[in-house]
Design a protein around this ligand. Structure first.
Ligand code: NAD
Ligand code: IPM
Ligand code: MN
Length: 350
């Protein structure tokens, strides 16, 4: 049987609730579909930081490099500044493993139609640039100790970086409905955005079958709320893509349902799969977390590993539960994380 080695980082907060929920379902699917999942559990979280002074071991990246994928819950706790926890784990993984594409689908799931007013379908993909742009390390400094304290960081957009994310998005749009929206801000005094537009349009010249529309990010956000069905593929810089992915998933019902694939398209390194949401300290430990985002991320991981039938099955299972009118509290329902997971689990292999 095919055997897949997966590094598991449940992380903090609700990451530790939705991760076991998803793993239970994936283990059942592996039995049903005849493949093996070997989980390498990593206790790389904020507790470890408080104990050992580091989120992961010095050679943590190296330890994962022979794995087939990384499955992450969420990282972050109110007790530690976010830049310490995130720059100590998630950001280095994305960068060292060259996961320069962050693919984030949004769909209007069955059973949630009533929560989304005036829209009969949403089926879109955010293609987020994942290693450069506004999240650069260049100039990241706060000059303190004088009245005019100043914080400086430079955004970095390379031709290579914009070209490859644009190419990925055009390829995806060509396989879907042939419509691509590029998020921009070339009207502001943001010198990187006219360059983004130029590189995206240049790649577009190679895709006559795809219709490219550049939309200013502020107007795009409003259109995302009012007319989410008008989008198919949206390509965006690191920060714009981050914001848009929360916005689209909330419009489709809740940020608790949204998945995310941090891809190294060349497959030279493992890719990382995680929900879009964070560790949600406000609901952690209460059994209220929606496990759909983690389960759907698991489906994207199975797809990536070539287990397409199992991937489709977990998606239809959580869709079936939602369609029957059962959901967690963020979606207006009353099920706990465990009750929702039981309902999904029972549908698998039926
Ligand atoms: P968040 O996504 O954790 O939560 C925002 C809101 O959405 C909260 O009200 C929360 O209760 C709700 N929510 C999120 N996921 C949910 C789920 N599955 N089910 C039900 N409700 C859900 O964002 P935040 O509060 O801004 O951040 C909390 C921490 O998580 C911070 O430390 C932040 O840096 C971190 N974070 C980590 C990741 C990651 O690990 N990839 C992503 C985003 C935020
Ligand atoms: C996400 C998160 C991260 C990001 C944070 C936690 C660094 O918000 O994956 O969407 O901004 O990329
Ligand atoms: Mn985010």
């Amino acid at each position: 049987a095919n055997r897949h080695i997966i590094d598991v980082i449940a992380g903090d907060g609700i990451g530790r609730e939705v991760m076991p929920a998803a793993i239970r379902c994936l283990d059942k699917l592996s039995a049903v579909h005849g493949f093996e999942l070997e989980w390498r559990e990593r206790d790389w979280n904020s507790e470890r930081y408080l104990r050992d002074g580091a989120m992961m071991p010095k050679n943590g990246i190296e330890q994962m490099s022979d794995g087939d994928a990384i499955f992450l819950g969420a990282v972050g706790t109110p007790e530690i500044p976010d830049d310490v926890t995130l720059w100590g784990l998630l950001i280095p993984i994305r960068r060292d493993f060259m996961q320069y594409i962050n693919l984030r689908p949004t769909k209007l799931l069955p059973g949630l139609e009533a929560r989304v007013r005036g829209v009969d379908s949403i089926d879109l993909m955010v293609v987020r640039e994942n290693v450069e742009g506004e999240y650069s390390e260049v100039g990241g400094r706060v000059y303190r100790g004088r009245p005019e304290e100043i914080a400086i960081q430079e955004a970095i957009f390379t031709r290579t970086g914009v070209d490859r994310v644009a190419r990925f998005a055009f390829d995806l749009a060509a396989r879907r409905t042939g419509r691509l929206v590029s998020a921009t801000k070339s009207n502001g005094i943001i010198h990187s955005m006219p360059f983004w537009d130029e590189v995206v349009a240049g790649v577009g010249a190679e895709y006559p079958q795809v219709e490219l529309e550049s939309v200013l990010i502020d107007a795009l956000a409003a259109r995302g709320v009012l007319h989410p069905s008008s989008f198919d593929v949206v390509v965006a810089s690191n920060l714009f893509g981050d914001i848009l992915s929360d916005l689209f998933s909330a419009v489709a019902g809740s940020i608790g349902i949204a998945p995310s694939a941090n891809l190294n398209p060349e497959r030279e390194f493992p890719s990382l799969f995680e929900p879009v949401h964070g560790s949600a300290p406000d609901i952690a430990g209460k059994g209220l977390a929606n496990p759909v985002g983690q389960m759907w991320a698991g489906a994207m991981m199975l797809d990536h590993l070539g287990e397409t039938a199992a991937a489709a099955e977990i998606i239809s299972a959580f869709e079936g539960v939602l369609a029957s009118g059962n959901s967690t509290r963020d979606l207006g329902g009353s099920l706990s994380t465990d009750d929702f997971t039981d309902a999904v689990f029972d549908r698998l292999g039926a």
